[in-house]
Design a protein around this ligand. Sequence first.
Ligand SMILES: Nc1nc2c(ncn2[C@@H]2O[C@H](COP(=O)(O)OP(=O)(O)OP(=O)(O)O)[C@@H](O)[C@H]2O)c(=O)[nH]1
Ligand SMILES: [Mg+2]
Length: 239
Amino acid sequence: MAQNNRSYSDCTLILPTLNEGATIGRIIRFIFRNYPGISVIVVDDGSTDSTREEAQALASQHRKLLFIDRNAEGRAAGLTGSMIDGMLASHTKFVIFMDADLQHPPEKIKDIIKSLRAGYDLAAGYREEVRGWPLYRMLISKVMINIGYLALRIRRRQTCKDIFSGFFGAKRSVLYGMYKKEGSRFVVLGYKYLFDILKCVQPGSLKISNIPYIFGGRKYGKSKASAKQVLALIRSFVT
Ligand SMILES: Nc1nc2c(ncn2[C@@H]2O[C@H](COP(=O)(O)OP(=O)(O)OP(=O)(O)O)[C@@H](O)[C@H]2O)c(=O)[nH]1
Ligand SMILES: [Mg+2]
């Protein structure tokens, strides 16, 4: 499809949601205002607040917004599984993943897209600063990141600056090919899709860029991070 600088019709933004009713509407409106032509897929796992109604109402107004109701399809809730389902449902050259709680800055999507259009296969956001996390969470995260790097180095896999970032974009064809070939390595109930992707990447086989962003404190809604995700991550290290 011909691409001019003002159109984002080559991109799909995937927003996984679990009870993000306070932010989902404003994010979607911001995205359509600032990224004309872009497609958006909201992948929900049985939210019990206003998320579903908000997303469904907006989907009836915007033909480029798709709402996937995994719970209605009888799927087990899982962030990585939701991100993969969003990727599979997309039809554009590039896909971008972003949290739906405004901790990832939507204005940085353009830097990810710029990098992908410049020829990178994967444009990985990296948290140059994390705001609002208590010390214990910072510490757990640091320990896990170090183990994650080790797991990738032992396997002789490619790394990037923030192997656990949930804010990144990629060529859809690359992610689709990986999923078809190595789908069993993806821990669908887990939280770290980017890490699972890196487990499949031989050094030098993908062009990867790193895009800085500030991970903001959570101002709306509630965190879903729990010990369950830490266990899923440990499984991911050995899968
Ligand atoms: N579809 C789906 N989305 C999820 C699931 N768990 C979390 N999410 C969404 O994934 C994004 C990240 O989850 P968060 O709970 O914000 O995790 P986090 O940002 O690491 O933790 P906080 O800093 O405490 O918010 C948010 O948009 C959530 O709504 C899930 O099981 N399924
Ligand atoms: Mg969050």
